[in-house]
Write a protein that binds this ligand. Structure first.
Ligand code: AMP
Ligand code: GLY
Length: 419
């Protein structure tokens, strides 16, 4: 089977690395790809925003499965357009992708079917937003609607912060937003495959969203992750599946817009039980990197079964008992304006003991690998437990020579301290 992988980040490098190990694979194509992905795939010269061009390519290369990594093309309806020519796609259609594309859509769905989540108001004006602050006491969370790459959320500690965030949000005119109650508790990410009706848990992970050590500084797309998320015990996972994810999949199926792909549930494990913070309609980045290092099955087989509605025929996805941990190396300036073009060396040395330096924002200048984005590498390793995976990942990071980059030193530290 030929597979087309859409995307160009560390997540897609991890998917390409795992897909390339499948005996079902003939040729893996990737668009737009990056130099890391190109180690496992043929880069297709394709503009993925041009759906007609993608369809032509899929026909010409006899693609048997399209795997869409990022949310943008899904929210744009790429999966619907490819399915319309009868080719299986791993990734939801436009309507189901609203779970990530519109926070208001997701909150309303939760309210309709009784899914535990933060109390909320949808607002469209500054005064409307300010008016609902009285309902939340001193703390609340302000979220712009629409895709925001992790940057559209302000968690306010005080009324003054909330008011400032609302003024910022409405500085340029009316926008859709959600104002919600601030939840307390540890966070965890749960990944669930869905073929539209059947579901299968595909592991858990813990992200590190803030840019700096000790969870300081602005939010990012994610500076590191480990899997499994120890705080998500089997009991809590079962509750999250039964009370949050399954009702969502069932509601979308009942609406005639079945969810096909992986659903990433961002959870707050509150004193009352798991509550939904947000959905993403794709694998997390860098959570995908740790999941792929632990996944023990044939990825092409599983993703194809999801895309073809045959998930119930497969055994539950199997994961190594080993833990995996990834450290993101970002270019100086991220999450603001990252410094471009800095040389990267030492990847071979870093990978000597089984770690993998998944590439995100990289490019080749001649023979030289250089930084070309914010998050540049996700250096990923496994170990018998999180402490061992952490040691292996940081040993690999220390072998990388990337003078214009930085990384967090404390990925996994909280889990290791609890140890
Ligand atoms: P989101 O983009 O919705 O995942 O939000 C980004 C981050 O903001 C989350 O990972 C949480 O740390 C935090 N956050 C979002 N919503 C809430 C909430 N209702 N209560 C507390 N923290 C939240
Ligand atoms: N690491 C968070 C995300 O992929 O959204």
């Amino acid at each position: 089977m030929n597979i087309l992988l859409v995307g160009s980040g560390g997540r897609e490098h991890a998917l390409a690395w795992k897909l390339a190990q499948s005996p079902l694979l003939d040729t893996l194509f990737a668009a737009p790809g990056n130099p890391g992905i190109a180690q496992h795939a043929t880069i297709a010269e394709l503009d993925v925003a041009d759906h007609r061009a993608v369809i032509d390519f899929v026909r010409r290369q006899q693609i048997g499965l399209v795997v869409v990594g990022p949310e943008g093309p899904l929210v744009d309806g790429l999966a619907d357009n490819i399915r319309a020519i009868g080719v299986p796609v791993f990734g939801p259609g436009r309507e189901a992708a609203r779970l990530e594309g519109s926070k208001g859509f997701t909150k309303d769905l939760c309210a309709r079917v009784g899914i535990p989540t933060a109390r909320y108001f949808r607002v469209t004006s500054r005064d409307g937003a300010l008016a609902c602050l009285d309902d939340f006491g001193d703390t609340c969370v302000i979220k712009a609607d629409g895709l925001a790459a992790g940057k559209g959320v302000v968690v306010a500690d005080t009324r003054a912060q909330a008011e400032a965030a609302i003024r910022d949000l409405y500085a340029n005119g009316p926008v859709e937003a959600v104002i919600e109650e601030r939840l307390e508790g540890p966070e965890a990410s749960l990944f669930v495959l869905s073929d539209g009706s059947a579901t299968a848990v595909f592991g858990s992970a813990q992200d590190h969203k803030r840019v700096g050590d000790g969870d300081t500084g602005p939010n990012t797309g994610g500076m590191g992750a480990y899997s499994p998320a120890l705080v998500l015990t089997p009991e809590l996972e079962e509750r999250a599946l039964g009370e949050i994810v399954r009702p969502t999949i069932d509601a979308l199926a009942a609406a005639g817009t079945p969810y096909v792909g992986v659903l990433y549930a961002g959870l707050m494990l509150t004193a009352e039980g798991p509550k939904l913070i947000e959905y993403n309609v794709r694998f997390g980045d860098p959570e995908c990197q740790v999941l792929m290092m632990r996944f023990a099955g044939d990825l092409a087989e599983v993703l194809l079964a999801v895309a073809e509605g045959r998930l119930a025929d497969l055994p539950a996805p199997a994961f190594a008992d080993d833990a995996a941990l990834t450290v993101v190396m970002a270019a100086n300036g991220y999450p603001g304006t990252p410094e471009q073009g800095g040389a990267i060396g030492g990847i071979t040395a870093a990978e000597r003991d089984g770690a993998v330096a998944f590439q995100a924002g990289t490019a080749l200048h001649g023979e030289q690998l250089v930084a070309s984005g914010g998050r540049v590498l996700a250096v990923t390793a496994t170990g018998a437990d999180i402490a061992a995976a952490q040691r292996a990942a940081y040993a690999a990071v220390d072998a990388i020579d990337f003078p214009t980059g930085f990384f967090r030193r404390d990925i996994g530290a909280k889990a290791v301290d609890k140890g």
